[in-house]
Design a protein around this ligand. Structure first.
Ligand code: 3PG
Length: 383
């Protein structure tokens, strides 16, 4: 990939795609700054060389403009971390954004409002890509977490402007390649957390690379309950995954017990074969499942983790994540964690040190390690 080392940015408006899709607190402040921190090496390098930085990102999955998903609080957080004021454009395209980008001075930083407030971003609309491209003289891709999306800001713009990879994208590709090029065996994937609909089809493609697949957390609950409900949209993909794992001789472990949130009774322990009381939901894996998972992991030489094993941000449901991920083998084991929200939760729990590398990508990391060609990387020139 051509990287920013091959760019002479002085005086140029450099349009940088960052992934500031960060976890937010209910009060609307940034809950974990990992993705912002990880963008700093690229931003500092460009800024020190006199670039005029125009940054663009999405936050969440809004349908139209939605004040709760504004990037304004992120401008403040970035300003504190980078140690310089950050200008903010109330819209990602249009006259204001153009004026602000034109009046930037060397080394100044402008952040655009949430790209997904405009439906044309996700549609990779050509006129929207052209409007964005007007804000820069060249493009830098540093949003590793979003390179699996073929959107206007990840594919449309680099088809128009001279494009370069930033340091974060370069590093992620290098680190995650350890999982695609001859990973040490046994190789275990631990999958939990949200976005189950997105993850299930991807897991099937991992089966020829891994030896064990551990499914946990809310995801595990859905897998158990929905595999028995033909009306669920997950029913087909789950049965398909179970059958594919069997054929690929991959050991697929589902939770055999859970911790449920059961109204006034609070946290209760149930087996997977017991009937889940109406109105209650599975929030964590139970003690038998934790022991099963730990046993598999203790003899693994490569562990890839995507998602917490329960609703770990709430103490009563954090034990699965803490016990399993806090007990990874350190010696001779590659331990990679992926996912913006997951990384935030794990770091808040003080478990960041359990991993040899923490990726800023969630779905992007998962697709990368499957060996797929990702649209936001494919579009970047080699030289
Ligand atoms: C992520 O958090 O995985 C990326 O920012 C992409 O977000 P998306 O899944 O909403 O496209």
């Amino acid at each position: 990939m051509r990287t920013i080392r091959q760019l002479e940015p002085r005086g140029q408006r450099v349009l940088v795609r960052v992934d500031y899709n960060v976890p937010m607190t209910p009060q609307g402040t940034v809950a974990d700054t990992l993705r912002i921190e990880e963008s700093l090496p690229t931003l500092r390098w460009l800024k020190e060389r006199g670039a005029r930085l125009v940054l663009m990102s999405h936050l969440g999955r809004p349908k139209g403009a939605s004040p709760g998903l504004s990037l304004r609080p992120i401008a403040e957080s970035l300003s504190n971390l980078i140690g310089t004021p950050v200008h903010f454009a109330n819209s990602c395209v249009g006259a204001d954004a153009q004026e602000l980008s034109r009046t930037l001075k060397d080394g100044e930083v402008l952040l655009l409002e949430n790209l997904r407030f405009d439906a044309r971003e996700e549609a990779n609309d050509a006129s929207f890509a052209r409007d964005l491209a007007r804000l820069g003289d060249c493009f830098v891709e540093d949003a590793f977490g979003t390179v699996h999306r073929a959107h206007a800001s990840t594919v449309g713009v680099p088809e128009i402007l001279p494009a370069y990879a930033g340091f974060l994208v370069e590093r992620e590709v290098e680190e995650l390649s350890k999982l695609t090029r001859d990973p040490k065996k046994p190789y275990t994937a631990v999958i939990g957390g949200a976005k189950i609909q997105d993850k299930l089809p991807l897991l099937k493609n991992l089966l020829d690379k891994i030896d064990h697949l551990l499914l946990g957390g809310a995801l595990g609950a859905s897998v158990i309950t929905d595999s028995h409900r033909p009306e669920s949209p997950l029913h087909g993909p789950i049965l398909d995954l179970l059958e594919s794992a069997r054929r690929a001789s991959v050991q697929l472990l589902l939770p055999e017990d859970f911790i449920l949130q059961d109204g006034p009774r609070g946290a209760i322990h149930v087996s997977a074969d017991e009937k889940v009381p109406a109105g209650s939901s599975a929030m964590d894996i139970g003690p038998r499942t934790r022991a099963n998972f730990r046993k598999v992991i203790s003899s693994s030489k490569t562990v890839f983790v995507n998602g917490p094993l329960g609703k770990a941000e709430e103490e009563p449901f954090s034990h699965g994540t803490r016990e399993v991920l806090g007990g990874l083998p350190i010696e001779g084991c590659t331990r990679i964690l992926a996912g913006g929200d997951t990384a935030g939760i794990i770091r808040t729990m003080g478990l960041g040190g359990s991993f040899s590398y923490i990726s800023t990508g969630g779905g992007a990391a998962l697709e990368f390690i499957e060996g797929r060609e990702l649209p936001g990387l494919r579009v970047l020139p080699d030289r």
